[in-house]
Write a protein that binds this ligand. Structure first.
Ligand SMILES: [Zn+2]
Length: 287
């Protein structure tokens, strides 16, 4: 075949077409804005009510009532976490990574929210503090706390290298959910979904558009803190990739625990706030 048959020739106005300025798909000034000051003031007086230590290469569930707070902290060493979230009373309402990405961008930080799946589509949690906020976007296009990855899983590992590895975040989240709810692995697995990659530093390469990871800038003491907008069931996996500087889906990386702490606000601290209702679309889809 000749070159012209395999590679379409660019049109005469190719440069002009490429030069068209982008338009933001979802200008987020239109989103209902969280009362960040109210949340942060309520957090300042909040009392700790519980904690869960997530062991390395494993996951644990935790429950957070609406109006309470939870904090994820790196302890002992640089470690990234894969976070799943459901409505405490309805597993069909789960974190929607793709829509959250469309609304807020590829990586989340303070003031941004984790949105739930259709037909619920409402804020599940709002980020109220992020000690890695300073990182910004590095020269490679990398940033932290992404909603672009999925979660490391044994199926992709098997596809790429024929492995049977059982401590990927997908399997960790599946076991933890099954244990927490007293259901089988087969029942729990379909509820596991794409995650918020807490502390993970990722992006897309500029030349090939491929998903990349690099050593997380997280250090012990760094944390990400959330306000629970609805009653939540959380599930956090301490990724087998550790800081994700080299590889995941194996036992070779140095791996550390992650701490989850829950805090309750004092009486009256959230005056004027109410848990968001489910999405207002009437659900009739034109019929
Ligand atoms: Zn992982």
């Amino acid at each position: 075949m000749t070159e012209s048959q395999t590679t379409p020739r660019p049109p005469a106005d190719a440069d002009a077409r490429r030069a068209i300025a982008p338009v933001i798909c979802y200008p987020n000034e239109g989103l209902p804005q969280p009362s960040l000051e109210l949340y942060q003031n309520a957090r300042a007086g909040a009392q700790k009510t519980g904690e869960v230590l997530v062991p390395p290469r494993d996951a644990r569930c935790f429950e957070v009532p609406a109006g309470h707070f939870f904090r994820i902290t790196s302890v002992e060493g640089s470690q990234v976490g894969d976070l799943n979230m459901w409505s405490l009373t309805d597993l069909s309402e789960r974190f929607y990574s793709g829509k959250t990405r469309a609304l807020h961008g590829t990586h989340l930080t303070t003031g941004e929210r984790m949105w739930s799946s259709f037909p619920h589509m409402r804020p599940m949690a709002t980020i109220i503090a992020d000690t890695l906020d300073w990182y910004g976007i590095d020269e490679f296009g990398g940033s932290v706390h992404d909603v672009i990855g999925t979660r490391c899983d044994p199926y992709t590992g098997n596809l790429l290298s024929g492995t049977q590895y059982h401590h990927c975040c997908h399997s960790n989240l599946t076991r933890a959910l099954a244990d927490h709810l007293g259901i089988s692995l087969a029942e729990a697995e379909p509820a596991v979904h794409d995650v918020l990659n807490v502390f993970m530093c990722t992006g897309f390469t500029r030349d090939t558009g491929q998903y990349f990871m690099k050593a997380s800038p997280v250090r012990p003491g760094d944390h990400l803190e959330f306000f629970a907008e609805i009653d939540l069931l959380g599930n956090l996996s301490a990724c087998p990739g550790g800081d994700c500087s080299s590889e995941h889906s194996s036992d070779t990386a140095a791996c550390y625990p992650l701490l989850v702490e829950i805090f309750a606000p004092t009486e009256g601290a959230l005056e004027g706030w109410s848990s968001p209702a489910r999405n207002g679309y009437d659900g009739t889809h034109g019929r």
